[in-house]
Design a protein around this ligand. Sequence first.
Ligand code: PNS
Length: 171
Amino acid sequence: MQAAARSVAVYPGSFDPIHNGHLAVISRAIAIFPKIVVGILENTGKDALFSAAERVEMMRDIYREEPRVEVRSFTGLLVSFLRELDARVVLRGMRAVSDFEYEFQMALMNRRLHPDAETVFLTAEEEYTYLSSRLVKEVAALGGDVAGLVPDQVRTRLEQRYRRLTHPPTR
Ligand code: PNS
């Protein structure tokens, strides 16, 4: 593997929304790789709460003073995005055994599509092993406090979004 391709690790995901478990993976990755490109999947196929532009904006805001982290969105295959960046390392966080099967399948499919690509798994922080974007949204939608689980600006956005969804502006 060329040094340039090794030095960039792509951290792909839906990030709808970003939570502290994601940030912990990025912090750990920064200690290993010189550069991390966060790849935010535009069309998640799920009903996204935040648009790709909003997810990119939130992530860029969090890393505005961290030159080692670049935030981009992508569409289509992850391996095409890797090729576009001339990157070969895919970074994923692993929370629990329940993540394993899905992650294993993705890693093998990506390797089949791009034999030089390597997926590197980092274990989640113990305190966040139960954390997922889905649960964060569920708690926030029902009025629960997600402080300490997501960055402050994401918490504010969640509150605003759910307030708007439950009390749409009247004309
Ligand atoms: O945070 P998520 O939703 O678990 O991330 C999943 C993601 C974005 C990494 C995965 O769905 C993906 O890479 N999608 C791009 C389409 C693709 O390449 N599919 C084939 C590889 S399995």
